[in-house]
Ligand binder design. Structure first.
Ligand code: UGA
Length: 444
């Protein structure tokens, strides 16, 4: 099948490369010239493990090509995936202008019948509006079928998720279109669920909202654990063993970030509000998450007093490991709060420094060497559970820092291990460890 993917961002590029690797002929189109030039040379504009080797492979075997020419990309495609950005507006609602612009461009370019399949996360009803665009704009003799096919790729493991996903959701209007889409995905041997378009759109939002709820729930339990002297590791393990609850997404910490959960939870709250059905549960999930982002600076102040003039080592900038993405990362809130408190910040991250520098500039120092960040620091905050941080020999803290005070927002170290070192260690939902001693008292 001839496939076109509109948009070479995290979703579009992974979809294009993986479908090309599965043997299809794929054209990936994007309006950003520099991005397409980079991709033609086999370089990805963002970091994703395993992406560049697949990119090089599919470019050199001729299964994948890149272009900025929309007419060329859309005119003779059998299936067109829309995977362009749908960013959040200031009020939390979704900016659909790129989605609609692509739809108009497709309608103006096609020369044969085509299936248009939306991968971008769009509010319920958007695919209905896309159908309207085709109805009024496309050549009359051509047929356009619209499909909702939300993606469930996680940054950092997107390629694995493409091949080993739990399910593929197809929101379609008729069985013929469903059958063509099923054939496309059949080689992946992933369960396919065919449903109506509106339900498919809602499945995506409900999935992300549920996962975000699970995170805020475990974070609230962690906050309670601190007050009552329980340990969140034990509690999460104990509840996760119940199959109805499940073990995944019970890692307590300083909250979720990234380009998806924050945006999608706000969009669902907005959508519910628009139809006068306030989604109070999800509003609380968002509130809890904002609170978690600010937890560690508050704890640092409680422990140290004024942070003015203190040297802070911030370990980890990316919103999670294996990505250079800092969108809505807890680290950004932490940086802003530390600067407001008058602290001097040196941040460590293996790959997210260029993106952070674009946002924060020279207000803080950056290093790709953890020891350099820790050198002479009055306290350290861990914001991302990078392997480099998790596997750091624990005597490094006392060896390099002025005061070995570590506030760990991702519970990187086991309580047993940390007690062997002369560190003051504050984590999430676990007792404070002070120079080898576990204190039954939590911070406030
Ligand atoms: C998320 C979903 O997991 C994907 O299924 C979905 O396709 C994607 O959004 C999207 O809508 O495009 P992603 O944001 O890449 O993927 O990353 P996750 O692994 O889900 O992590 C999101 C955030 O939750 C991270 O900040 C992570 O640190 C945090 N998290 C995750 C926790 O705090 N605790 C956990 O137990 C799990």
């Amino acid at each position: 099948m001839k496939i076109t993917v509109a948009g070479a961002g995290n979703v579009g590029l992974i979809t294009a490369v993986c479908l090309a690797d599965a043997g299809h002929h794929v054209t990936c189109v994007d309006t950003q010239k520099e991005k397409i030039l980079l991709l033609k040379k086999g370089h990805s504009p963002f970091f994703e493990p395993g992406l560049e080797p697949l990119l090089e492979k599919t470019l050199s075997n001729g299964h994948l090509r890149f272009t900025t020419d929309q007419k060329l990309a859309y005119s003779d495609a059998d299936i067109i995936f829309i995977a362009v950005g749908a960013p959040a507006k200031k009020d939390g609602s979704v900016d659909l202008s790129y989605i609609y612009a692509v739809s108009y461009s497709i309608a103006d370019s096609i020369e044969k019948d085509v299936i248009v399949c939306t991968k971008s996360t769009v509010p319920v009803g958007t695919n209905g509006k896309i159908k309207q665009i085709f109805h009024y704009r496309k050549p009359r003799h051509l047929k356009v079928e619209v499909v909702s096919n939300p993606e469930f790729l996680r940054e950092g493991s997107a390629i694995m998720d493409f091949y080993l996903g739990d399910r593929i959701i197809l929101g379609v209007d008729n069985p013929e279109t469903a059958s063509i889409m099923e054939q496309l995905y059949l080689p992946l041997k992933i369960p396919i669920i065919v449903t109506d378009i509106r339900s498919a759109e809602m499945i995506k939002y409900a999935s992300n909202a549920f996962l975000a709820t699970k995170i805020s729930f475990i974070n609230e339990i962690a906050n309670l654990c601190e007050k009552v002297g329980a340990n969140i590791d034990e509690v999460a393990f104990g509840i996760g063993k119940d199959k109805r609850i499940g073990e995944s997404f019970l890692q307590a910490g300083i909250g979720y970030g990234g380009s998806c959960f924050p945006k999608d939870t706000k969009a669902l709250v907005q959508l519910a509000g628009n139809i006068k059905h306030p989604f109070e549960l999800l509003e609380s999930v968002i509130k809890v998450n904002q609170h978690q982002h600010s937890l560690l600076v508050a704890k640092a102040k409680e422990l140290i007093g004024s942070l003015k003039g203190k040297r802070a080592a911030l370990l980890g900038l990316a919103f999670k490991p294996e990505t250079d993405d800092i969108r809505e990362a807890a680290s950004i809130t932490i940086i802003k709060e530390l600067l407001e408190e008058g602290a001097n910040v040196t941040a460590y991250d293996p790959i997210a420094i260029p993106n952070t520098h674009k946002l924060i500039g020279n207000a803080i120092d950056y290093t790709t060497d953890i020891r350099q960040a820790l050198k002479d620091a009055d306290f350290a905050i861990i914001a991302t559970e990078w392997g480099q941080i998790k596997h750091l020999p624990l005597d490094t803290f006392a060896a390099y820092m002025k005061e070995p005070i570590v506030l760990d927002g991702r519970n990187c170290y086991s309580m047993k291990e940390i007690q062997r070192y002369p560190i003051t260690y504050v984590s999430i939902g676990r007792p404070v460890v002070s120079k080898g001693r576990v204190s039954s008292m939590s911070l406030k």
